[in-house]
Design a protein around this ligand. Structure first.
Ligand code: SR1
Ligand code: MG
Length: 429
């Protein structure tokens, strides 16, 4: 894929989209009525792309188009159109491995127009909005945990044949522009006075300066930047925060994998856990009473613990049943079903694997928390708290916890001990 703008590329508008779709939409997708009867609304509120809802008389679809720049940065922040293709490909792979129950269906992709059309999810709402509203979801942890387990397992050397895995690595290696955004915004800029940083000022000025002088934390951050850049372990969603998940009471869909690439597994899990913790620390800004705050915070910690344990259980199951994948190969670990030695060895191998992954996950969670408070891209959980003093108090506690996760990740024995530690609240920065 090249970075040049294709000759036929044109940013779509609510006015132009019906005529375009009338020609391009596959015949099987019947919106009903004629193009002049289709209602188009631009609803994109993310940082990168245009998103249209196209409502026909019989069916509604979503159309997502990349612009040659980053939506949140304007024309001064150019970004190649190829990201639409990476997102389309990531959605296809995720559906293949995690199933359509967890991933929206894509109807078609037009490379020249850097656009694809997909299922309209209704009555789904962005999870971040629901968390801010203090809502709870019964299946969420199970759905997110299994999504992460399936996509990561099946695209790693543990679950995928080496030739296919290397081909997948090559395919997504060209998504380097979006990787660079993550490398800059998560792993670099929060740790020095970068121009794009954006924190609650003046309330957090001193806290942010402490971060810039925290050599111990910065050394870990830089080590994890290197891991992010070099550990092509599995196909990541690459931006798995609560704004990339849509929910109803009974359904969960993971959307927006435009940052997809082959990277370290801990990045996806850590990103999600980091966002649950950001929600946790924002609660005093949202709940009317201390009791309501405490109760919802316990639910969020429960989500963190359950998501991790569903992920581990599911990943282990897939590993136990595997028939391919050259890492920890079946020839060594499953020579015969009654081979207890091989069985024990597999369990030990898995324990060691999850121990490393757990520590890396905690560091990545802390990195995500820091960048959402200090860096360019904040989160609504904090940003929408009007009272800046209260917001800063919440953010300060989140920064303190992020530091614990980054610097002391290896001291946490398991996910419940992280939960207990967060709830006890004995951390200061
Ligand atoms: C410049 S893009 C900022 C952020 O928005 C996306 O959702 C990613 O999280 C990215 O880091
Ligand atoms: Mg997004």
């Amino acid at each position: 894929m090249s970075n040049a703008i294709p000759a036929g590329y044109k940013p779509q508008t609510s006015e132009t989209l019906p005529d375009y779709l009338a020609i391009k939409l596959p015949a099987a997708i019947k919106l009903g009525g004629t193009p002049d009867q289709w209602q188009v609304t631009e609803v994109g509120d993310g940082n990168l792309n245009m998103v249209f809802i196209v409502k026909g008389l019989a069916k509604t679809i979503v159309v997502k188009q990349a612009l040659p720049w980053l939506r949140a940065g304007g024309e001064g922040w150019p970004l190649s159109l190829t990201r639409a293709g990476f997102e389309y490909n990531a959605l296809c792979h995720e559906a293949q491995f995690a199933g359509h129950k967890l991933v929206p269906e894509v109807y078609f992709y037009d490379q020249e127009m850097a656009l694809f059309a997909m299922e309209y999810l209704t009555p789904h709402v962005i999870l971040r909005k629901e968390l801010i509203a203090g809502k709870k979801f019964t299946n969420l942890a199970y759905d997110v945990g299994t999504f992460i387990a399936r996509t990561l397992f099946h695209t790693s050397d543990i679950g995928m044949p080496a030739d296919k895995k290397k081909a997948l690595t090559a395919k997504f290696a060209l998504n380097h522009e979006l990787c660079k955004i993550t490398e800059d915004l998560i792993f670099t800029e929060p740790y020095y006075p970068a121009e794009r940083n954006n924190w609650t000022s003046p309330q957090l000025d001193a806290d942010v300066k402490k971060v810039w002088n925290d050599t111990q934390m910065i050394q870990v951050a830089m080590r994890y930047k290197f891991k992010f850049m070099t550990e092509a372990q599995a196909l990541l969603h690459g931006d798995l925060h609560s704004g990339s998940i849509m929910v109803t009471q009974s359904d969960t869909k993971i959307i927006d994998p435009e940052f997809g690439f082959m990277g370290p597994m801990a990045f996806d899990i850590g990103n999600y856990i980091g966002n649950l913790l950001l929600a946790f620390f924002s609660r005093p800004g949202w709940d009317a009473t201390a009791q309501a705050c405490e109760e919802y915070q316990h639910w969020l910690i429960g989500q963190m613990e359950e998501t991790w344990s569903v992920f581990v259980t599911h990943f282990r199951q897939l590993w136990n049943q595997k028939t391919q994948g050259e890492a920890w190969p079946v020839e060594i670990y499953q020579q015969c079903p009654d081979n207890d030695l091989a069985h024990d060895a597999r369990e030990i191998a898995q324990d060691q694997f999850f121990e490393t992954l757990f520590e890396d996950t905690l560091v990545n969670a802390g990195m995500e928390m820091n960048r959402r408070i200090i860096g360019f891209a904040g989160v609504a959980d904090f940003k929408l708290i009007d009272d800046a003093d209260l917001r800063a108090q919440c953010e300060r506690r989140a920064l303190a916890m992020a530091r614990e996760l980054i610097v002391n990740a290896s001291l946490f024995e398991n996910i419940s001990s992280v939960g207990q530690f967060v709830l006890k609240g004995k951390y200061e920065y």
